[in-house]
Design a protein around this ligand. Structure first.
Ligand SMILES: CC[C@@H](C(=O)O)C(=O)SCCNC(=O)CCNC(=O)[C@H](O)C(C)(C)COP(=O)(O)OP(=O)(O)OC[C@H]1O[C@@H](n2cnc3c(N)ncnc32)[C@H](O)[C@@H]1OP(=O)(O)O
Ligand SMILES: [Co+2]
Length: 135
């Protein structure tokens, strides 16, 4: 069911500082900040030869990453995103297996303009998993 690793996300308290560190210290190409109020985050992407890193900063009062940053004030690895060929079939199979799909269970449009959904970290080895429709 799983396809490519689309991205690894890191939650950070200061997106400009983190982007600058990746640019200046690691020599990375960093995209312009993208505010996604419907997801409660602002993101930048770092394009690597084989995948991407997504840096996330909270946006708005109800950001889903706010509690994570309280527990991890310097930031930390937040989720992994895998591509799937058929996100609705993947969701149905996972729910039938007892996995919790976060939110109302319906995919939402993510940072790449494609449907995404999230699986509860307690159901996947303590790791928050994002699925993104491939193609
Ligand atoms: C930009 C769009 C999109 C893209 O296209 O790439 C994105 O990536 S958006 C990214 C941000 N959006 C989301 O993360 C949406 C899904 N997330 C959530 O709904 C929540 O973050 C959450 C997973 C339900 C957790 O919310 P929180 O408020 O932290 O709830 P709890 O405090 O009750 O946490 C329960 C439990 O889970 C542990 N936890 C929380 N977050 C993580 C995490 N990222 N990785 C691993 N574990 C996590 C938390 O510590 C609690 O554990 P206990 O303390 O043991 O109870
Ligand atoms: Co993501």
């Amino acid at each position: 069911m799983l396809g490519r690793l689309n991205h690894v996300a890191i939650a950070v308290p200061d997106l400009a500082a983190a982007a600058n560190q990746y640019r200046a210290s690691l020599g990375a190409e960093v995209t312009a900040p993208q505010a996604l109020p419907e997801h409660g985050v602002t993101v930048v992407f770092i394009n690597l030869p084989n995948t991407k890193i997504e840096l996330l900063e909270p946006l708005g009062a109800d950001s889903p990453i706010a509690a994570f940053l309280v527990k991890n004030p310097s930031g930390g690895m937040h989720h992994v995103c895998y591509e799937v060929d058929d996100i609705l079939a993947a969701r149905d199979r996972l729910q039938a297996d007892g996995a919790r799909v976060l939110g109302d269970g319906n995919p939402r449009i993510g940072a790449h303009g494609k449907p995404v959904l999230f699986l509860h970290p307690k159901d996947f080895c303590g790791t928050l998993v994002e699925l993104e429709q491939a193609g």
